[in-house]
Write a protein that binds this ligand. Structure first.
Ligand SMILES: C[S@@+](CC[C@H](N)C(=O)[O-])C[C@H]1O[C@@H](n2cnc3c(N)ncnc32)[C@H](O)[C@@H]1O
Length: 225
């Protein structure tokens, strides 16, 4: 009897896990297009530190949500900014043109983008390779992509990605572990190279990195002679 009650209370404390699309459709109305917690603040600072100059560039905010990076790209002088996401509700917050699309199936022409920015989204997908394949296809030679995600240390320590709705219900969002070797293999097999990595920690939580930021490059074309 005691064990049954204990198990019931344990499981009732575990938030129900939603697919990414269902979770963000529910979360969208309260999802600001700005870094809204400490983890996002260190993630954004680390990603922006690796960003090239955007003046004149076409920038894709991949899995843009409500458009945090699209806004920053526009403020940074990008000539053209697009966003894509698989949650229609999240896209309603976008201030720049946006399309409903899976990360692994983008409605964009090959070699049409200079810079891809992708904040805190690749962990919602079980395999990196299909996403890297699309990034490689849409990037112009010489272009780059900056991706951030919850650091694998955090996922291995059992950290969950959760949110609470306005009426007080807490849910977990699907999340998949991607180790550095997974990033290397996905990059290598899609013609991308890992140019830089940042692993910022939160000073108040100790030395363990909370976020992984990876900068990928697509090799520029060289002319013979
Ligand atoms: C944590 S939010 C981040 C939003 C935004 N990139 C930012 O940094 O503020 C993750 C976003 O990824 C989107 N997403 C997750 N999996 C996706 C997929 N397979 N294809 C497209 N969008 C996806 C979600 O809908 C959500 O908007």
């Amino acid at each position: 009897m005691y064990l049954k009650r204990h198990l019931q209370s344990f499981f009732s404390r575990r938030p129900r896990r939603l697919t990414s699309q269902a979770a963000y459709d529910l979360w969208a109305a309260h999802y600001p297009a700005a870094a809204h917690n400490r983890l996002m603040q260190v993630e954004q600072a680390a990603l922006l530190a690796l960003l090239p100059a955007l003046a004149g560039c076409t920038v894709l905010d991949l899995a843009c949500g409500t458009g945090r990076y699209a806004r920053l790209a526009q403020a940074g002088g990008a000539a053209r900014v697009l966003g894509t996401d698989h949650s229609l509700a999240m896209l309603r917050g976008m201030a720049t043109p946006a399309a409903l699309a899976e990360m692994a199936a983008l409605p964009l022409a090959a070699a049409s983008v200079d810079v891809v920015l992708c904040g805190l989204a690749v962990g919602h997908v079980p395999r990196l390779r299909p996403i890297f394949g699309e990034i490689s296809r849409v990037l112009r030679p010489g272009g780059c992509a900056l991706l951030s995600d919850l650091h694998p240390f955090q996922a291995l320590q059992g950290a969950q990605r959760t949110f609470t709705t306005a009426d007080g219900r807490t849910f977990a969002v699907e999340h998949y572990l991607h180790l550095m070797q997974d990033y290397h293999q996905a990059a290598q097999s899609t013609g991308l190279s890992i140019d830089s990595v940042a692993e910022p920690a939160l000073a108040e939580r100790g030395p363990a990195p909370v976020v992984l930021v990876v900068r990928l490059g697509k090799q520029a074309l060289t002319t013979a002679g």
